[in-house]
Every structure is written in C-alpha cells, then in structure tokens.
Design a protein around this ligand. Structure first.
Ligand code: NAG
Ligand code: NAG
Ligand code: NAG
Ligand code: NAG
Ligand code: NAG
Ligand code: NAG
Ligand code: NAG
Ligand code: NAG
Ligand code: NAG
Length: 593
C-alpha cells in the first residue's frame, strides 16, 4: 500500500510535465503526423533514464498494493444484485454482491491531461485504493466517501516497504506536487498516470529470480533483447502503426511468441470450475471460456512437457467458481478463495515449476468481477488477465497483469454475428448509452443527459426488442458509444462499440483498457473523467469531424484484435490476450537468471 501512495505522490510531480507532454502528443495526433507513435517515443524518455537499476525486491512495484495487507471485503454489504444484463432481457441469472457504496459519485480531483495550469494543493493526495479510517494518519482527508468495506492497515507498509530508491531518485528531480482541485477525497489514476506507472514498473520491477536456471529463461531473455532491438518495421499491412505504442516492437514480439512460446496447461482440477470452457462461451464472461477453449485446443502453443514451458496456465473459470461455490446470501467468498488456494497448493506440491519461479510464469484468465479479488492472495505473483482491471481499487498491477477484454458473446456458434455498423456519414446519433443503473456513475450520466438533448441518446433501459435490435441499431448508427462503468470499471460496451465501429467514449476512472501495454488507446477512443459528465456533449463536439473520421477508421482497424473466431486467426483476441501475457512475462524476466 505504501508503494502506491508514495508512487502517486511522486507521480503528481510528473503531472504537470505529463500534461505538457500530452498537449504535444495531442497536437501531433491532431495534425495526423504519419505515425501516431509520438506517445511511446516521448515516454521512452523515462525508459532511457540511466538511474533506473534493478532492485532486490521481487514482485515489488508501484501501482499495486501487496497482498500482505489485510483486507476485509464483506464486512458491510450483504446484498445481492443481478449481473449487468445489458438490457438484453435474458438475465444471466447470477447474483453478485455490492462491494461498496462507491465514491465515484463525487469524483476526485483530476490530475493531468488538463491544460489549464494547476493550482497548488497541500500535498495531500490519496489513492482511492488506500482505504482509510479515522485511525490512519491522514487527518486532513475527509474519508467519508471511501469504500467502507476496505480496511487496510496502510501505515505499517509505509514504513516497512519504502519505495524503491532508484526509481525515486529519478522522479525526485521533477517539479513539485501540483494538483488541480482541493478535494483530496480519493485520487484517480488517469490514463497518463497509467502510462507512467507502466513505464516505471517495466523499468524497475522484475519477477523472482528462478531458484534454478532453465533453458526457457535464456529464451525469454533472448526474446526480450530482440524485442528491445526490433528493427523499425512497418511493412505488415495488417498492422496500422498509429494504433500501437510501438508497432515495430509489437510485431517483433508477436513473431517471437509464435516462434518460441510454449504453454503448459495443468491437467489438475475438477470440472466444471476447471477445464470446462463450454460452460462459459456466451454471455458477458465469455472471454474466459473462449480463451480456455482455444488455449487447451492449441496444438501450436501447448506443450506436455513442463520443462519446456515458458508459461503455465491455470485453467479455471471465475464464472463457474462463483456459480458452483458461492452460497447465495452468505456474503462470503472465503470458500472460493480457499478453493483456488488449495489448487495452488496442489500443483506446487506436485510440480516443481511453481516453486522455481514463485508462480511468476503462471497465468490465469478470468472475467468475473470477483476474480481480481479472489486471486489476489494465492495468485498475486501470477500474471492475471482480468476483466476487472481497476488500477485504483482492485490491485491490478500494470506491467504484470493484463486487462482482459470483456466480450459479450450472444451466439457461440457465430461470435461474429452482427459485426460492423454504418459508415460514418450515416451515423445520425451523436452519442448513445443504454444500460441498467449499476454503480454510481450511470445515474449521474442519466441525470444530466436523459431526455435532455436530441443529440444525446442516453437511456436507462431500452424497450425490449427481438435479438436486442434497438440496442444494436443504436450502436451501429451512433458516432460515439458511451461506455460508462457499472458496479466495476469494466463494461462489455467497450468491445461492443469497437465491434460495431462506434468510437468508444470511456467513462470509468481507473479502468485500464484492454491490451494497454500494446495499444495506443487514445488514438481511437475518447476518455472522459467521471467528473466531466456534465460537460460530455461539449467534449464530444470539440472533436472535429476530421478527427472523428480518423478515429472511426482506426476503430475499424483495431477491431481485428477484439474478435473471437471459432478457429483462432492471427492477431485476433485470443492471440492478443496470449501475447500480452507473453509480453509481460518477457519484460519481467530477471536478467540475472
Ligand atoms: C520502437 O521500438 C524500437 C525498438 O526498441 C525502436 O527502435 C523505435 O525507435 C521505437 N519507435 C518509436 C516510435 O518509439
Ligand atoms: C540484495 O540482496 C542480496 C541478497 O539477497 C543482499 O546481499 C544485498 O544486500 C541486497 N541489496 C540491496 C541493495 O538490498
Ligand atoms: C493482519 O494480518 C496479520 C497476519 O498476516 C495479523 O497478524 C494481523 O492481526 C492482521 N491485522 C488485522 C487488522 O486483521
Ligand atoms: C449506501 O448508499 C445508500 C444510498 O446511496 C445509503 O442509503 C446507504 O446507507 C449507504 N450504505 C453505506 C454503508 O454507506
Ligand atoms: C498545508 O498543511 C499544513 C499543515 O498540514 C498547514 O500548516 C499549511 O497551512 C497548509 N498549507 C496550505 C496552503 O493549505
Ligand atoms: C479504524 O481501524 C482501527 C483498527 O484497524 C479500529 O480500531 C478503529 O475502530 C477504526 N475506526 C473506525 C472509525 O472505523
Ligand atoms: C466530509 O464530507 C462530507 C460530505 O462530503 C461532510 O458531510 C462531512 O461533514 C465531512 N467530514 C469532515 C470531517 O470534514
Ligand atoms: C446477511 O444475509 C444472511 C442471509 O441472508 C443473513 O442471515 C444475515 O443476517 C445478513 N447479515 C447482515 C449483516 O445483514
Ligand atoms: C514447493 O515448496 C513448498 C513449500 O516450500 C513445498 O511444500 C513443496 O513440496 C515444494 N514443491 C516441490 C515439488 O518440491
């Protein structure tokens, strides 16, 4: 926890600098310089800082709390709620638990990307993930809005785990802390903060040094070197450079993954929680089912010899875990957590691969909201591909964990049904949203925009229609599709918008968008902070038509990365998920190994 606070504090010093950098980037992009990679080239400044040296600490990083903090989740709420059914009428029939009264209704200060000069605030900036009660030493902070269900003894960690000094020194040279507003209720991590944290973690954080060395370590290191020295190469017509942080690196990394990567899939585990992807091929959690299906079936990537594996897959479904083990109304997920813990115990006793790397070459792919928390303790060293990628509250570690796209699959036989949308000239609606009033953000959205303006088609529930036609037609004929968070940061709308070639407008503070380590999201999506909802229409109108057309075209080009195919194809979502896991593993491998 201490790391995160420290890091956020440090990062606020960067905020002004970053804001300027972003102004430049945005100008570049606005004028459509040939390659939209300005962002990554500018951020490479940080990569290049010579003082960044490796540290001794394993699995230590900024942007994530350590699992050693005691966390109590279920001490407040006992309610159940239906899952986000997206107005589709066919309720998935699941009950979830309201984790908290979110503080998002009164969003905290924006930190960056604002081009107006910030005013100085009294250094009090609190990460939303640092839950405080009155006994914690931040007396100036009004914490009434913080999630009451999170009680973490943040203080001791401050002392015990001082931030990594190498990183600190390079950061300290920057301007003093500035922030925009004076309401330090809880700070948000903006997209530019996320870039920072990712670069920082990339440069500094390494996995545990393997207990004994293996060929696979050398292969990963060799891959890393080749990616870092990737030839500048834009000749793959399937890859449109402005979509990527660095298309050359991505291309090289992808090629090396295809050439090198071997995955061991554990055979242990009972169905249906383990090994039964068919159970989760439709609905909003389908990503975990489809991934499991393709991974288990992959002749190319799977090896039966653990000694040859670069990665180890823990083949469970968070959806089935909930369905089979959660006792409705119990308010407790302890048994779910224990089930996963027992599993790790089992494989760690049976295979030496877990102990060799402390689990850092193991991964899981889980889309249920709860998975983030359920895997936090027993699997915190693993690479976790999670739909609930909340860098603020939910212990999502940039550079290690992977933001898993939440895809709502309506037809497992034909996941591409209804693909596409109208051309830009026929998109008559400026902005569209429809959804149930989950969480705190959507009611605010509705309050400002429902029936307020003919350009803004903002609804709670759309009238029922066969095959959800209304909803899909709006997605196909709107310029911008609003993806407002529900109970948690993620929403299937992000991928739905891309699927229907509508420019996504993401209103979900602290949400790490999918494949963040690879994609340059700001080149094809709009990010609006929750506090700016009243200004939503002006924000959208401020985007020129020319810029809109550019973004829409990019949405169509990035679409291939978000599609499930019955048989996987190159650069599709299956390969992109696997690639992000591979990429994060490659960059965290300890060079001393
Ligand atoms: C992309 O990465 C390659 C390899 O590290 C590097 O040579 C190139 O300059 C990078 N391009 C940009 C635009 O950052
Ligand atoms: C790093 O760890 C080694 C052994 O674990 C220890 O001897 C050394 O002092 C540590 N270095 C730092 C900077 O903590
Ligand atoms: C936190 O966990 C530690 C052991 O991990 C325990 O000793 C301590 O009592 C716990 N604190 C709280 C407040 O639960
Ligand atoms: C949660 O919010 C509701 C309404 O916003 C309020 O009635 C209730 O007291 C809140 N619960 C807690 C624990 O804050
Ligand atoms: C900052 O806080 C300190 C004590 O915490 C106080 O003395 C000082 O006046 C504050 N400064 C501003 C600008 O509020
Ligand atoms: C704050 O936490 C401490 C221990 O974690 C507890 O003793 C105290 O009662 C809590 N205060 C409130 C207001 O919840
Ligand atoms: C904290 O803020 C709430 C409203 O946001 C207010 O009602 C309360 O009095 C404040 N508490 C303190 C200690 O300032
Ligand atoms: C939680 O729900 C259970 C079962 O519905 C009930 O027995 C229990 O009293 C509830 N607890 C609270 C704190 O409401
Ligand atoms: C891995 O380590 C654990 C704890 O030290 C030990 O119980 C287990 O036997 C080890 N596994 C193997 C395969 O040696």
């Amino acid at each position: 926890m201490g790391h995160e606070v420290q890091y956020i504090l440090e990062s606020k010093r960067l905020v002004w600098l970053v804001a300027v950098v972003f102004a430049v980037v945005i100008m570049f992009q606005y004028f459509e310089f040939p390659y939209g990679d300005a962002a990554s080239s500018i951020f490479s400044v940080h990569r290049a800082q010579p003082t960044l040296s490796r540290t001794n600490q394993t699995e230590t990083s900024y942007g994530i709390p350590k699992s050693s903090a005691n966390i109590t989740i279920f001490d407040v709420s006992n309610h159940t709620r239906p899952v986000d059914t997206l107005d589709k009428g066919n309720n998935v029939g699941i009950e979830n638990i309201i984790l908290s009264n979110d503080s998002t209704a009164s969003p905290p200060p924006s930190s960056s990307a604002s081009l107006t000069p910030p005013t100085t605030v009294n250094n009090t900036v609190v990460s939303p993930s640092v839950a405080l009660n009155n006994s914690t030493p931040k007396p100036e902070v009004n914490v009434t809005n913080l999630d009451p269900s999170f009680k973490k003894p943040a203080t001791s960690e401050n002392k015990n785990n001082p931030p990594i000094s190498a990183g600190e020194s390079s950061v300290k040279a920057l301007p003093p802390v500035k922030a925009v507003h004076e309401r330090p209720v809880g700070d948000i991590v903006t997209i530019s903060d996320m870039h920072e944290i990712l670069e920082h973690n990339r440069a500094l954080v390494r996995s545990m040094k393997p207990l004994w060395s293996s060929m696979v370590d050398q292969e990963l290191l060799a891959a890393k070197l080749q990616i870092e020295n990737a030839p500048v190469n834009n000749n793959d017509r399937a890859l449109y450079p402005p979509l990527y942080r660095n298309v050359s690196r991505f291309k090289r990394s992808y090629e090396l993954m295809e050439k090198t990567l071997k995955v061991y899939v554990y055979k242990e585990g009972e169905k249906p929680i383990f090994h039964q992807p068919q159970a989760v091929l439709s609905g909003i959690y389908a990503s975990e089912g489809w991934f499991m299906k393709h991974m288990k079936e992959s002749k190319h990537f799977v090896t039966n010899n653990p000694k040859l594996a670069h990665l180890f897959y823990i083949p469970f479904s968070s959806r089935m875990l909930e369905e089979k083990l959660y006792v409705t109304g119990s308010g407790s997920r302890d048994n779910l957590v224990q089930h996963l813990k027992d599993y790790i115990h089992l494989i760690a006793g049976r295979y030496d691969s877990w102990n060799r790397t402390g689990g850092s070459d193991h991964f899981l792919v889980a889309c249920h909201d709860w998975a983030t928390d359920e895997t936090r303790k027993s699997m915190d060293t693993c690479i976790r591909a999670l739909c609930n990628s909340d860098v603020g509250r939910e212990h999502f570690e940039l550079g290690k964990d992977v933001s898993l796209p939440e895809t709502y699959v309506r037809s497992p036989q034909n996941p591409l049904r209804e693909l596409g949308g109208k051309p830009p000239s026929q998109r008559s609606t400026l902005a569209f949203f429809a959804g149930q009033m989950h969480g705190d953000v959507r009611p605010i959205l509705l309050q400002h925009w429902e029936n307020k303006d003919p350009d803004m088609k903002i609804f709670s529930k759309l009238p029922k229609s066969k095959g959800n036609r209304n909803y899909i037609n709006y997605m196909k004929s709107s310029k911008y599709c609003i993806c407002a968070k529900g109970y948690e940061v993620n929403s299937p709308r992000v991928v739905e918008a891309i699927f229907h070639e509508c420019v996504p407008v993401i209103i979900s503070d602290n949400f790490v968008p999918p494949f963040f380590e690879i994609l340059n999201w700001e080149s094809f999506a709009v990010f609006v902070q929750e506090k700016d909802i009243p200004n939503l229409k002006n924000i959208l109108l401020a985007i020129s038509n020319r810029r809109y057309l550019v973004m829409q075209q990019r949405v169509r080009k990035v679409q291939q990365h978000f599609l499930w195919h019955v048989k996987p194809v190159k650069y599709d979502i299956f390969h992109m998920i696997l690639h992000s896991i591979w990429y994060n593993r490659v960059f965290r491998v300890d060079p001393a190994s």
